[in-house]
Design a protein around this ligand. Structure first.
Ligand SMILES: [Fe+2]
Ligand SMILES: [Fe+2]
Length: 243
């Protein structure tokens, strides 16, 4: 009898299909720094995004500990760790290539990690997974919108690849939550509560997170839809019931 494909096999296969190379695929030699400089707000947003991506090992370390018996989760977090590193690596290289100031320093990256708490609360597994899923969801919109606005073609192309990675990451997190809900439907209210009180994990790294949410109707709508698909409950109805 043919067994169903394991969740982590699907995640690994999707990561393989979506793979791109920082070294080989980004057209580093064709970057136009003068054109990039005409959009300083985009470069500043990239700088924050690179710092948030650099913070993944701290946040994922806590998630790995919270979900250590979940083999699928271990794979999802491993892929996130690697691809998040790629995003950090590519963004920092890009900012260096266009000569953006102030350049990100190693000390700055270490300082962000130094102040982050290391402890985990085992009762917080559902809120932390929801936070992870929604942060990835908004990251996808953030990179997509930035890529649509970017005039510099090498950047626009790279941001489209990063956005596609984030869509896959959000879906992987959603699969992990779906699995938990299937095993234990009683966790649904905790998923809804976490979505209602959502805070981007990047806030721990840079304070205010430059997310797509503000003013992005599609990002907001799909944010709610993601939660509603998982829970079978409308987020607004849940909010009303808890007032
Ligand atoms: Fe990322
Ligand atoms: Fe991601």
């Amino acid at each position: 009898m043919k067994t169903a494909r394991r969740l982590y096999e699907r995640h690994a296969a999707a990561a393989d299909r979506g793979g791109w190379s920082v070294e080989r695929d980004v057209r580093w030699a064709e970057i136009d720094p003068t054109l990039a400089d005409t959009q300083p707000d985009i470069l500043a947003a990239l700088r924050d995004a690179a710092i948030i991506e650099s913070f993944h090992p701290v946040n994922l370390c806590r998630l790995v500990r919270l979900c250590r018996e979940d083999v699928d989760a271990g794979v999802v977090f491993s892929l996130e760790m690697y691809e998040g590193f790629k995003h950090f690596h590519a963004l920092r290289l890009y900012l260096d290539a266009v000569g953006h100031e102030p350049a990100i320093t190693d000390e700055e990256l270490a300082a962000v990690r130094r102040h982050a708490p290391d402890d985990v609360d085992p009762t917080e597994v559902i809120p932390r997974l929801v936070e992870f899923m929604l942060s990835e969801h908004l990251a996808a919109y953030f990179f997509r919108r930035l890529g649509e606005r970017a005039r510099e073609p090498v950047l626009a192309e790279m941001l489209a690849w990063i956005a596609a990675d984030e869509v896959r990451h959000a879906q992987s997190a959603s699969d992990l939550l779906e699995k938990r809900i299937r095993h234990e439907p009683a966790v649904v209210p905790a998923v809804l509560d976490a979505a209602a009180g959502f805070r981007h994990y990047g806030a721990e790294a840079v304070g205010e997170v430059p997310i797509a949410m503000a003013g992005d109707d599609v990002a907001i709508r799909t944010f709610a839809q993601r939660v509603e698909r998982l829970c079978g409950v409308r987020l607004v109805d849940h909010l009303k019931s808890t007032l």
